[in-house]
Design a protein around this ligand. Structure first.
Ligand code: PLP
Length: 422
């Protein structure tokens, strides 16, 4: 359910025609619907209302400070994976007591920053990281709250690049060794062990991988309590999938019901780190058709957005629906929708039956709210695009389009070049 809809053959976001925003702001642009984000967050949050819980939105899915601020205002926390994401979250007004910090490669400066910010907990991914966090906390004369991110070795049945909870993945600590690791952690005096965590992958469309992981985690919690280690937080990570095409992921209420049932007697605050399910279908990428051409019987629609703006199709072969901003006649053709980047892998859709787009037409790449802008780059020295948030009948530019000046910001020509080039 989202608030992108057609009215009089035109695509609208809430109560604003998309073509109007494109005209005012230019293309390409990311467009988000406030009411859709709000709804998705609330559905998830309300599904867990019967139990103590914290919803820590995954910043890497969409890190715009307006979005983070909005979610913070609704009572959300965040899951971060870097110092930069912590900076954004604090700037957006997220309560540090609702920030969890995941990631296999936390640097000392990032760890210090997080301890000084008094975040809820670190999700620790290795034995060495435990020791480094302990040392940092000692130097700062603080205690760092930690949970171990365990790798429960379950197959999330998703794309290999976005599965993280299998033995062969780099993430987390082998669940079979984790009980021993917890005992080791207990000996480190500047650590306060508070939780158990896992995150098994992304775009998961079945319930069973979550439940298998959950069962392993609840067993571990019981074992740890026998060892005298009190666990107060059970963090099940993110990963709930969305519909890009024909997927039928569990609804958040179904997801919540099953989880609540299995955690009845565990007496923990549940923590979730959803990203995609909150923001994925709340955003689109709007692009203009630059050219069309036919080469050896293949049609190409060349648009002004490329893989630097939305890399998911190139990186994962992901499917994003392509829709006209102004509906066209029923005349369709099969085409590749490609960007301007000098790479053969630069495409938004391949072999797609789409309306017969022409130069100047606007199209919408749907379900682009998650891992869209956050994965954008300046490759080919293309300014990163504008981000716009619509609420009801108004729109707000929440990130202006970059300028050419922004692209070279921070670069410097060594002064001795002057003689050489002059
Ligand atoms: C990416 C990530 C998430 C969010 O995953 P979604 O599939 O977007 O819900 C949550 N937790 C961690 C540790 C992650 O790396």
């Amino acid at each position: 359910m989202n608030y992108f809809h057609y009215k009089d053959s035109e695509l609208w976001c809430e109560e604003v025609p998309v073509s109007m925003i494109a005209r005012d702001v230019g293309t390409p642009l990311y467009l988000y619907s406030y009411r859709t984000i709000e709804r998705h967050f609330n559905v998830f949050d309300e599904a867990f209302a019967p139990v103590p819980h914290i919803i820590c939105f995954s910043v890497k899915a969409n890190s715009n400070i307006a979005i983070l601020s909005m979610l913070a205002g609704m009572g959300g926390g965040v899951d971060i994976v870097s110092g930069g994401e912590l900076y954004r979250a604090l700037l957006a007004g997220v309560n540090p007591g609702k920030i969890v910090y995941s990631g296999v490669g936390k640097r000392v400066d990032e760890i210090r920053y997080a301890i000084e910010s008094d975040i809820l907990m670190f999700n620790v991914e290795s034995e060495q990281e435990l020791e480094v966090i302990n040392a940092c906390a000692g130097e700062l004369r603080r205690k760092a709250r930690i949970s171990l991110r365990v790798n429960p070795d379950v197959d999330p049945m998703t794309h290999p690049h976005i599965s993280t909870g299998l033995k062969e993945n780099k993430f987390g600590i082998d669940i079979n060794k984790s009980r021993y690791q917890y005992r080791r952690a207990r000996e480190l005096e500047h650590l306060d062990i508070v939780g158990v965590d896992c995150h098994i992958g992304s775009q998961i469309t079945e319930m069973s991988p979550f439940l298998d992981a959950l069962d392993r985690l609840t067993n571990l919690i019981r074992c740890l309590r026998k060892d005298g280690i009190d666990i107060r937080y059970l963090d099940l990570g993110g990963g709930l999938g969305i519909t890009y095409k024909e997927e039928t992921p569990p609804h958040p209420t179904e997801y919540a019901e099953e989880i609540i049932r299995r955690t009845k007697d565990i007496d923990c605050t549940l923590v979730f780190e959803p990203g995609r399910v909150v923001i994925g279908n709340a955003g689109i990428l709007v692009s203009e058709v630059l050219y069309t051409k036919v080469s050896s019987e293949k049609h190409f629609v060349i648009v002004d957005a490329g893989m630097n703006d939305l890399i998911r199709p190139s990186l994962y072969g992901s499917y994003h629906a392509i829709q006209p901003v102004v509906e066209k006649s029923d005349d369709h053709f099969d085409a590749d929708i490609v960007g301007p980047i000098c790479e053969s892998g630069d495409y938004l859709a391949r072999k797609r039956t789409i309306p017969r787009f022409e130069r100047g037409d606007l199209l919408a790449v749907m379900s682009a709210g998650a891992y869209g802008f956050t994965m954008a780059s300046n490759y080919n020295s293309r300014p990163r695009v504008a981000e716009v948030l619509v609420k009801d009948d108004r729109y707000y530019v929440i990130r202006r389009r970059e300028t050419y000046g922004d692209i070279v910001k921070g670069e410097a020509i060594p002064s001795f070049f002057a003689g050489v080039n002059g």
